[in-house]
Design a protein around this ligand. Sequence first.
Ligand code: GTP
Length: 599
Amino acid sequence: YPIERIRNFAIIAHVDHGKSTLADRMLQVTELVSERDMRAQYLDKMDIERERGITIKAQAVRMPYKSKDGGEYLLNLIDTPGHVDFSYEVSRAMNACEGAILLVDAAQGMEAQTIANLYLAIDAGLEVIPVLNKIDLPAARPEEVAKEICALLGGEPEDILKVSAKTGIGVPEVLEQVVDRVPPPSGDPEAPTQALIFDSIFDAYRGVIVYARVVQGRMHPGEKIRMMATEFEGVIDELGVTSPEAIPINELGPGEVGYLTAAIKGVGEAKVGDTITLAGKHAAPSPLPGYREPTPMVFSGLYPVDSADFPDLRDALDKLQLNDASFNFEPETSVALGFGFRAGFLGLLHMEIISERLDREFNIPLVTTAPNVAYTVTLNSGEVLKVSNPADLPDPNQIDHIEEPMVDAMIYLPSEYVGAVMQLCEKRRGTMLKMDYLTEERVELRYRLPLAEIVFDFFDRLKSSTRGYASLDYEPADMQVANLVKVDVLLNGEPVDAFSSIVHRDKAYEYGKAMVSKLKELIPRQMFDVPIQAAIGSKIISRETVKARRKDVLAKCYGGDISRKRKLLEKQKEGKKKMKAVGMVEIPQEAFVAALSLG
Ligand code: GTP
């Protein structure tokens, strides 16, 4: 296919708005997959994805297409992940395209994530084709939603394509528009090779499969390649395209999208956003712009419920990392929970996916500590620390100041809830950046908020204060100085590291109190009183006591033998000491889990 016959495009859609269904339908319209062979949702490969209905990994599919005017085209559909945690992956996939379909559920309307991804597409200079989906639904309100779209994109509501990915109505017209409106790629085949990695997937048999878009130059099997950021070097074993099964080919040239294997052991060697070039004299002098190291934003301790599982947990984490370059971990020990790992994730959903996979694929029951963010701590000595575990925060007297990560959040909501959402954002230490009425009923709010506040059940609160109508998307902003303190929880006078948390000073009292009373409910009575305290440094800010089980040992001593009585009392005191030394042992695992889920 000549380059002017190629069309590279992505589909931007909110979760459940029908991206996979539309992609499936396209495979049918282009006769790549017959109705009979059609597995539901061909493009989603992982089981978890299928069950949860989310797309985690982007992939590409090549579809030869004969347009209505008889021209033969090559359409490359690049599938993008659909969640806020993966926006960098989305932006790379968009950079591999010239066009994007903006797919909006005609019953649900726009969502923050759709808008955020739309901005990514506009930033990448893509031609955007808006499409309304699910017009077969009785609840569809295509006119209204079309107006919302036009408020963002311009254009006339009646020009927007209206389709049902489910029944197939309107899908051929979408492909026609892709051919007509998406510009063909360009690129010099003779220039030094540069290809953008937009996805890489671990395969146990073949090593990593790298999905890339050639920007200029060419690639052939047998050539020696180099990843410009990771400096991985290897020889291309197989070069191919997915259509929809893998088909090996002999050359990939400018504008083309395909995959390669090169005995790459883990996805950490072929990271999304990296540039592939040829090793040696055809090497490109510089990489394509926009590469970014994946940065974990949310951290959590992962501890095996049964400490005998620790080596298995390590193996499992190693395996997952081969598959996911954006997640990292290091061993950590907790007084309360024993041996485990501190893991860093892109966000909350990413964290959930990983812990679910550990549970499901590796069968390792875990205790996951409350998620937290990473702080930059400057000590009085001038030393600067990165703290991703609250328990590691130094003594307050040593700290000069603490910085916390901020995000720019976009909230998209019906105008009637603006007041409630502003209140929530203020309470969460947010600063309003912008408020736009896209239509009379729809508002786009932008706030700068501490990531820690978002990690702390912000999403649930947002949903409950808007009856589920608001949607949220955010991207990392800078670090900001804040008046933060560590609240420790002490049981029987001993700090329990797993319960330490870093919170804003103004909220420390409230937080400490909530944590202490929650623990009081969860900890069963012991042989002795167990004081539960919340403290900032050496200052106790809240206190409760789990009263001892009543057991009157003296009642047994008939006759009032004083030495016997004393002996018994002595014994009991020793028991107390022992309990104290053993400390946490008397606390059931469930109490831990329940208390951690509070914070
Ligand atoms: P993610 O993979 O999570 O991003 O979701 P998705 O956008 O790919 O959505 P998917 O294609 O899985 O569709 C979500 C649900 O909407 C499924 O139950 C589909 O059957 C349904 N659906 C998709 N398109 C249509 C449509 O045109 N009409 C109706 N009635 N339902 C549709």
